[in-house]
Design a protein around this ligand. Sequence first.
Ligand SMILES: [Cu+2]
Length: 102
Amino acid sequence: MKLKTIITLLMVLLLTGITALSVSAARQTHHGIGTVTAIDNKAKKIELKHGPIKSIGWMGMKMFFAVEDAELLDEVEVGDKVDFDFIETRDKRYVITDIEAQ
Ligand SMILES: [Cu+2]
Protein backbone atom coordinates (compact mmCIF):
# COMPACT_ATOMS: atom_id res chain seq x y z
CA MET A 1 0.00 0.00 0.00
CA LYS A 2 1.09 3.52 -0.65
CA LEU A 3 1.75 5.69 2.38
CA LYS A 4 -1.02 8.06 1.30
CA THR A 5 -3.53 5.16 1.29
CA ILE A 6 -2.41 4.05 4.75
CA ILE A 7 -2.74 7.58 6.14
CA THR A 8 -6.23 7.91 4.61
CA LEU A 9 -7.29 4.59 6.15
CA LEU A 10 -5.98 5.64 9.57
CA MET A 11 -7.86 8.95 9.33
CA VAL A 12 -11.09 7.13 8.51
CA LEU A 13 -10.63 4.74 11.44
CA LEU A 14 -9.89 7.64 13.79
CA LEU A 15 -12.94 9.62 12.68
CA THR A 16 -15.18 6.54 13.00
CA GLY A 17 -13.91 6.05 16.56
CA ILE A 18 -14.53 9.69 17.50
CA THR A 19 -18.06 9.55 16.08
CA ALA A 20 -18.84 6.36 18.01
CA LEU A 21 -17.53 7.94 21.22
CA SER A 22 -19.57 11.14 20.89
CA VAL A 23 -22.75 9.18 20.12
CA SER A 24 -22.34 7.03 23.24
CA ALA A 25 -21.59 10.14 25.33
CA ALA A 26 -24.77 11.83 24.05
CA ARG A 27 -26.86 8.78 24.92
CA GLN A 28 -25.53 8.21 28.42
CA THR A 29 -28.35 8.12 30.94
CA HIS A 30 -27.73 9.66 34.33
CA HIS A 31 -29.69 8.79 37.45
CA GLY A 32 -30.62 11.15 40.24
CA ILE A 33 -32.68 11.45 43.40
CA GLY A 34 -34.47 14.63 44.40
CA THR A 35 -37.61 16.48 45.42
CA VAL A 36 -40.06 18.09 43.00
CA THR A 37 -40.18 21.86 43.64
CA ALA A 38 -42.24 22.99 40.63
CA ILE A 39 -44.04 21.60 37.59
CA ASP A 40 -44.65 23.58 34.41
CA ASN A 41 -47.04 21.56 32.24
CA LYS A 42 -47.17 24.20 29.51
CA ALA A 43 -43.39 24.34 29.03
CA LYS A 44 -42.98 20.56 29.63
CA LYS A 45 -40.53 21.31 32.43
CA ILE A 46 -40.03 20.21 35.99
CA GLU A 47 -37.91 21.79 38.71
CA LEU A 48 -36.10 19.42 41.05
CA LYS A 49 -33.90 19.91 44.07
CA HIS A 50 -31.54 17.04 43.41
CA GLY A 51 -28.63 15.45 45.27
CA PRO A 52 -25.11 15.00 43.85
CA ILE A 53 -24.93 13.13 40.52
CA LYS A 54 -21.43 11.70 40.08
CA SER A 55 -21.85 10.42 36.52
CA ILE A 56 -22.22 14.01 35.25
CA GLY A 57 -20.02 15.68 37.91
CA TRP A 58 -22.80 17.68 39.59
CA MET A 59 -23.17 18.81 43.17
CA GLY A 60 -26.67 18.93 44.60
CA MET A 61 -28.73 21.86 43.28
CA LYS A 62 -32.17 23.11 42.33
CA MET A 63 -32.75 23.29 38.58
CA PHE A 64 -35.23 22.83 35.76
CA PHE A 65 -35.26 19.79 33.50
CA ALA A 66 -37.18 19.29 30.29
CA VAL A 67 -39.20 16.08 29.99
CA GLU A 68 -39.10 13.81 26.97
CA ASP A 69 -42.77 12.97 27.31
CA ALA A 70 -45.27 15.42 28.90
CA GLU A 71 -47.13 12.44 30.42
CA LEU A 72 -44.20 11.95 32.81
CA LEU A 73 -45.39 15.12 34.59
CA ASP A 74 -48.65 13.38 35.53
CA GLU A 75 -46.73 10.78 37.52
CA VAL A 76 -45.49 13.20 40.19
CA GLU A 77 -46.56 16.16 42.33
CA VAL A 78 -44.75 19.09 43.93
CA GLY A 79 -43.21 17.85 47.19
CA ASP A 80 -42.71 14.25 45.99
CA LYS A 81 -39.34 12.60 46.51
CA VAL A 82 -38.39 11.13 43.15
CA ASP A 83 -35.98 8.86 41.32
CA PHE A 84 -35.27 10.08 37.82
CA ASP A 85 -33.21 9.31 34.72
CA PHE A 86 -32.06 11.97 32.28
CA ILE A 87 -29.81 12.55 29.32
CA GLU A 88 -27.67 15.52 28.33
CA THR A 89 -28.33 16.55 24.74
CA ARG A 90 -25.64 17.81 22.38
CA ASP A 91 -26.85 21.36 22.92
CA LYS A 92 -26.51 20.93 26.72
CA ARG A 93 -30.17 20.49 27.57
CA TYR A 94 -31.08 18.09 30.35
CA VAL A 95 -34.04 15.91 29.47
CA ILE A 96 -35.77 13.54 31.86
CA THR A 97 -36.55 10.19 30.24
CA ASP A 98 -38.10 8.57 33.31
CA ILE A 99 -39.31 9.77 36.72
CA GLU A 100 -40.99 7.98 39.57
CA ALA A 101 -42.15 8.97 43.06
CA GLN A 102 -40.27 7.00 45.74
CU1 LIG B 1 -28.45 20.04 38.55
